[in-house]
Design a protein around this ligand. Sequence first.
Ligand SMILES: [Zn+2]
Length: 357
Amino acid sequence: MNDFEIGVTKLQSNISWTPKNWFKLERGENLFRVLPPVHSLAKSGKIAQFYAYHGGFKNTKGKVCHFQCVQITDRKSKTITQRCSVCDMVTQLELKYKIAKEQPGVSQEQLKQFNYTQILPFKVQKRFFLNAINASNEIGILQIPYKSYMSLDTLLKKQQDRGLDPTGMRGAFLNFDKQSKYDGDPQVNFSVALATEQKGDDIKIKSHELTPEIIQEMKTKTVDLGTLYKTIDVSEVDALVNSQGEERTKIVDRLFGRPETAATPDNDLLSVDIPGTDATAVGRVEYGSTGLNVVAPQTPAVAAPVAPQSYSEVAPVANVQKTEVARPATAPVANTTPAAVDALSNDDFLKMFMPKQ
Ligand SMILES: [Zn+2]
């Protein structure tokens, strides 16, 4: 009986994805506290990561797997130097859609169905991703469009000039405003301002400090934005597009690992507000795995002229009032229409919207 052993049950520990909170901007005011750079972005001090990515391809469990768009456009000639077969496929399907629209026997319902099942899930999406805390004090991943990111960048620079950092250890909640006439309205204005709250007779900035408890929670609940979406080879992207049915799901399984855990949550594609059809910007940023690295206050780019203060000690002077914060209509970037952004090369795009390295 000596060779009879009883072991102890060990649960799988190599799960690559645990469920996270995903935050997005709803129409109107959205309260979020942006968290400082963590994980692989800690060193570079980047609070946000841009991704151009695709979804639509499902594994054998029916889960959608996302990966980065592989299209590369030459900066000078504006020509595509590396094609993405998913983007090409979407362009072709959009042509088909236009042709179908002119056919007398095709109903609105059929067109809608085609768009929502064959085109939109595969279409390239461009977003900035941040780790943030929502109004209910939950940590999650906030995705914002480039216009919102630009407004955030402007605000952070202004605050830095005052020696303050809303994303730092002694930070503050921000109000991400999304203004449109109705849901699905292509005319959307974004602005970001310091959030305020009523305290007695006073209006104060809604300050937020990162306590040791919150930092502990950040270790498991923030994500490494540098590795959010997987990079796959051009040949693998081709193989996916050229496959069908079971063959396709098997390729997805192979590329993304265990089907149970491979998928990243699917975003709400029905409210996609990205215009244009050609992918030009690709967030090709490679990061080494440095493990968990939660660091405290940064903003290394600019030396603060005065010692950083806490928002709890700062009066909400005129320039932090919401009405005076640059809105898209008056911001220096107001003329950057979606179409203009889509025409930019990858490098130009990133240069415009990313924080200085
Ligand atoms: Zn693509």
